[in-house]
Design a protein around this ligand. Structure first.
Ligand code: UDP
Ligand code: MG
Length: 330
């Protein structure tokens, strides 16, 4: 294995080496790997296309890597990128796209929530000359009401404010043409919100719908907190509405306060009443204080992301890789 000086793998040969690259990020999926390949491989073999499967082990603490290596022994077209720690799914996908060598790429979840049977349909659309074919979830089996509700809210909110609408109920499961991947690989953004980027690049896009299945084994890797931060990433990265919003709130509040001040002054002028005024002062102070804290917090959300961008840290650190020297495909 060879590393270039910025810690990236150096790939040989350059350019495409096969028709299709499957990209599977995996975080503690040791129990799903068997079933994953068992379902995926026959489908790929039926396609009459050359392919590679890039598995990114995203710092799993279980035996995901050992399981993958076991499969690789018989199937050298399974390539493995082993991260030095958990970097998150978005980053794992970014690395997968970076090192894929196919004419088309399909990111897929290892828990089989994205049915491999759909790959054929994705490819059929791609052959109709679409550059991006995304899979839209008709139903979300095995997901809590809370998750469905919040997902819905999120899409509403982001599509109100974002400059490039994100198709509702799409995941990362989709087909990307090589030229889209090339563009994505050259986007230097550090905080990756792949769904947003996929939509942002444009090109000819279309969707096909499917029924999302419950997870095969194990539990979701997304806690409420992780999802919340993910949603914040999406909103702050794809719109500056959060920043602009507060100037308007400020203007409205100032105008209301001004009117209220006029009212108070006229009370004193015309009636000469010395109102105790404790309540109104407290309300004004607390309300404005709260408002200021919220707007500071929002500034902080954006600033934090700007900070992450300017630090220019590498997106991920690869500790080992298997199969990239020889670019074996099937
Ligand atoms: N995943 C990952 N890194 C993480 C979290 C998840 O690579 O930090 C992978 C995970 O192994 C799975 C896919 O991303 O293949 C989707 O994760 P999950 O099923 O937990 O998400 P959900 O389907 O609940 O959105
Ligand atoms: Mg899942």
């Amino acid at each position: 294995m060879q590393f270039t000086k910025d810690g990236e793998l150096s790939l040989q040969p350059e350019g495409t080496v096969c028709d299709l690259s499957i990209i599977a990020p995996m975080y503690n999926e040791q129990n799903n790997i068997d079933y994953f390949f068992e379902k995926l491989l026959p489908i790929l073999n039926n396609l009459n296309m050359s392919y590679e499967i890039i598995c990114i082990n995203d710092g799993s603490t279980d035996n995901t890597l050992e399981e993958l290596l076991k499969f690789r022994q018989d199937n050298p077209f399974i390539k493995i990128i082993n991260f030095s720690r958990n970097f998150g799914k978005e980053i794992a996908l970014t690395a997968g796209l970076r090192y894929s060598r196919g004419q088309a790429m399909i990111p897929i979840d290892a828990d089989l929530q994205d049915p491999p049977e759909l790959i054929e349909r994705l490819i059929a659309k791609w052959r109709e000359n679409y550059d991006v074919v995304y899979a839209v979830r008709e139903t979300r089996h095995g997901e809590t009401l809370m998750k469905r509700l919040t997902a819905n809210l999120f899409y509403r909110f982001i599509n109100c404010f974002s400059e490039t609408p994100i198709p509702k109920n799409t995941g990362d499961f989709r087909l990307l043409d090589r030229r889209v991947v090339e563009v994505l690989n050259h986007i230097p953004e550090r905080t990756r919100f792949m769904k947003g980027l996929f939509a942002w690049v444009g090109f000819r896009q279309t969707g096909i719908s499917f029924e999302r299945q419950p997870r095969h084994l194990g539990t979701t890797k997304w806690s409420f907190w992780k999802l919340w931060n993910f949603a914040l990433d999406g909103i702050t990265l794809f719109s500056t509405a959060g920043l602009k919003f507060w100037s308007y709130v400020g203007i409205v509040i100032s105008m209301l306060s001004f009117a209220y001040a006029l009212f108070l002054i006229s009370l004193v002028l015309f009636f000469g009443r010395d109102v105790p005024g404790y309540a109104s002062i407290m309300v004004a102070i607390l309300f404005l204080g709260g408002l200021q804290l919220i707007s500071l917090g929002i500034l902080g959300e954006y600033l934090g992301r700007v900070y992450a961008e300017v630090k220019h840290r590498p997106l991920y650190i690869i500790s080992d890789s298997y199969g990239f020297e020889d670019s074996e495909t099937k």
